[in-house]
Design a protein around this ligand. Structure first.
Ligand SMILES: C=CC1=C(C)c2cc3[nH]c(cc4nc(cc5[nH]c(cc1n2)c(C)c5CCC(=O)O)C(CCC(=O)O)=C4C)c(C)c3C=C
Ligand code: FE2
Ligand code: FE2
Length: 351
């Protein structure tokens, strides 16, 4: 018998985004604190946000997702109040945990809006939550994350459905067009210590299989490191140009499988930059929607919560990797930045 209190609440754990021009720089400073990202890149991203009056849609998406989860819980007899907290913008985790404590919550199940494991999407959130619990002090609720859903049949079905819809919009079938799955690029020092690439490749393969796409690749977007630091490649724009040079693309579907909502990185990197490149090269492009509030995705979240509540013995997962762990191992998703090579002759020789 465990001494822990029963689960009494649900927490949506996310990234946060600016809600106006004045929020943009403080938001980016939050995002980039402790990260090796050149100031020019920060200013470049600030400019992307300016295209949309400094308003990232991510907060509104999370409000909508939270409302959909609440309805899904109610429709399925799950009686848990739902909360939402962010890493980089209000409501910050500490604000939400303080509210939860005031409401009497003792132990909560958390869904992170990251479908793939890496430092940013797993360990960093867990560290943020530990820090927020310390800030709130005694009586702050215990937070436990549900397992990663990258190979859950609900996520795969939602993604496959969104590819079908995109394909229809350009009058092709998924089997007769190139499909690119995109995810946030990460530094190799981060990729080395997690299963990000492995999960992304498996999820993309499963989605492709489910919608009948046969010609697909996994590519990356939104790289933010200095040129000296290796990040996951290829970049989506380089991949489009190369594929078109090599095999003359007539059509293309791009699915941001690595993101759960169509936030700024999707709107700018894909709907502006990739779309402009495709137009220049006469490629008929459709951008498939991310998971958003797709009913299969929302039902997956309810399923992951039900498992932890002990309402079912089943842990649905398709493909080769099986259900991901419920509790992260000690060394899960650590990040050791790779040092750039030092200039020849600089410093003391190693002895
Ligand atoms: C070292 C790695 C990363 C840097 C630097 C980085 C900069 C950066 N990111 C955003 C905006 C977003 N990033 C999001 C997700 C995300 N970011 C990274 C890594 C770095 N980002 C990863 C691995 C991920 C995926 C996992 C995750 O946390 O979701 C998102 C989406 C968040 C969501 O909940 O959907 C946004 C938005 C900016 C503006 C930025 C600065 C240059
Ligand atoms: Fe990011
Ligand atoms: Fe992890």
């Amino acid at each position: 018998m465990s001494d822990l209190p029963p689960y009494d609440s649900f927490l949506l754990v996310s990234f946060g985004g600016p809600e106006g021009q004045d929020d943009v720089m403080p938001f980016l400073e939050n995002v980039l604190r402790g990260k090796n990202v050149p100031r020019e890149r920060m200013l470049e991203v600030a400019e992307h946000y300016a295209h949309f009056d400094g308003i990232s849609p991510i907060n509104q998406h999370n409000r909508e997702l939270l409302a959909a989860i609440k309805s899904e819980f109610e429709a399925n007899g799950i009686d848990l109040p739902v909360y939402w907290g962010n890493r980089n913008w209000t409501p910050y985790f500490s604000e939400t945990l303080r509210q939860m404590k005031a409401d009497g919550c003792k132990r909560t199940l958390a869904f992170f809006t990251s479908m793939f494991s890496c430092y940013s999407g797993c360990r960093q959130y867990r560290e943020d939550i530990i820090a927020a619990r310390e800030e709130v002090g005694d009586g702050a609720p215990i937070v436990e994350k549900v397992r990663m859903g990258f190979n859950h049949p609900g996520f795969v079905a939602a993604m496959a459905d969104n590819i079908q819809t995109a394909a229809k919009s350009i009058d092709v079938s998924p089997g007769e067009t190139k499909v690119l799955f995109t995810a946030h690029s990460i530094p190799m020092g981060m990729a080395d210590n997690c299963d990000y690439e492995k999960q992304l490749r498996e999820s993309s393969r499963l989605v492709a299989e489910a919608c009948g796409a046969t010609d697909w690749d996994l590519v990356y977007q939104s790289r933010s490191g200095p040129p000296s630091q290796p990040w996951l490649e290829p970049d989506v724009l380089d991949a489009i140009a190369r594929l078109d040079d090599e095999q003359k693309l007539s059509s293309l579907i791009v699915l941001p499988i690595g993101f759960v909502s169509d936030h700024m990185e999707v709107l700018f990197d894909l709907d502006e930059e990739a779309a402009a490149l495709c137009q220049e090269r006469n490629i008929k492009m459709a951008r498939a929607a991310s998971a958003g509030t797709h009913p299969e995705f929302v039902s997956m979240i309810r399923g992951l919560v039900s498992e932890r509540l002990g309402l079912t013995d089943e842990k649905p997962a398709i493909g080769d990797l099986g259900p991901w762990h419920d509790v992260c191992p000690q060394d899960c998703c650590t990040y050791t930045p790779r040092r750039p090579p030092s200039p020849v002759g600089a410093g003391r020789p190693n002895r």
